[in-house]
Design a protein around this ligand. Structure first.
Ligand code: ZN
Length: 281
């Protein structure tokens, strides 16, 4: 019997999947790989124009429905929420909300992810890089919890009634800093505020450009699935309006990255260089 291939992507907010590694997820789901997504929050703190909320009782409900639309486009088999609350950026009052992801004990968040890993049995687990892509506290918490969960899944010391399971590989989705530096210079030419970038003005591209670069161990070419990634991104209509900055910034990003996602392999640890074209290899 052919072994079923499975990928589990662990992210923080509705839209992280489409604006981030969506092309890679669409590529693998098209190949018959079962793709699962954990979304730790429902993006309750994102900025949303009032007209988008018509017909919804809350931002979280709206953003969950946007995520379900995107997941269908990307071919995601199951979306699982951890039911935490979006924390907003560092220093925001939302951080202190008792249900905020950033306010949780990391072991408790990890335990929920471990149980899901054991239930789904993915060979591949994907999450954010150590700075959560752009220093969002929820992204960093998700990264930290996923590492703990990945290790606990195969440990008999963690008992949750599920069978222990060892996934084969753990990857972090990374944004090559050379590309970000290029973007910063380009956006400055257009007089875009690179320190308060994005719909929620919470991305400091200039700071990111100065961050350390992570090794690129796998480069996944999803060029043939770029349109699917774009249509999944379109599902997140409430998050797509970048105001006067640039309406097509997502498309821009994709064109500039040439339809490729970069990943660092965290497990098994890599010594030396590695340039894979397939996450399963
Ligand atoms: Zn996010």
């Amino acid at each position: 019997m052919k072994k079923i291939k499975r990928i589990l992507s662990v992210l923080a907010h509705p839209d992280d999947e489409s604006f981030g590694m969506g092309g890679t997820l669409a590529l693998y789901s098209s190949q018959g790989v079962e793709v699962y997504l954990i979304c730790a929050t429902r993006g309750e703190v994102g900025e949303v124009e009032p007209e988008f909320l018509e017909g919804y009782s809350s931002k979280g409900e709206l953003r969950e429905s946007e995520l379900r639309c995107a997941a269908e486009k990307l071919g995601i088999k199951e979306v699982m929420f951890l039911d935490y609350r979006d924390s907003g950026m560092q220093g925001s009052l939302e951080n202190q909300h008792p249900e905020a992801l950033a306010a949780q004990k990391i072991d408790e968040v990890a335990a929920k992810i471990t149980t899901i890993i054991r239930r789904i049995k993915p060979q591949i687990v994907l999450t954010f890089d150590p700075v959560g892509g752009y220093h969002h506290p929820d992204h960093i918490a998700t990264h930290d919890a996923t590492i703990l969960a990945f290790n606990a899944a195969s440990s008999k010391d963690f008992s949750d009634g599920e069978e222990i399971f060892q996934p084969e590989k753990l990857y972090f989705h990374i944004f090559p800093k050379g590309f970000i530096r290029f973007m910063v210079n380009l956006l400055k030419l257009f007089r875009v505020d690179v320190n308060h970038f994005g719909r929620n003005k919470d991305i400091d591209l200039e700071m990111l450009a100065g961050d350390k670069d992570y090794p690129r161990h796998a480069i996944i070419n999803y060029k043939n699935f770029a349109k699917i990634k774009d249509s999944a991104s379109d599902c997140h209509a409430s998050q797509l309006d970048f105001g006067t900055q640039s309406p097509n910034i997502i498309t821009w990003f994709r064109k500039l990255t040439g339809g490729k996602d970069s990943f660092m392999q965290a497990f098994p640890e890599v010594t030396g260089s590695l340039k894979k074209k397939d996450l399963f290899l």
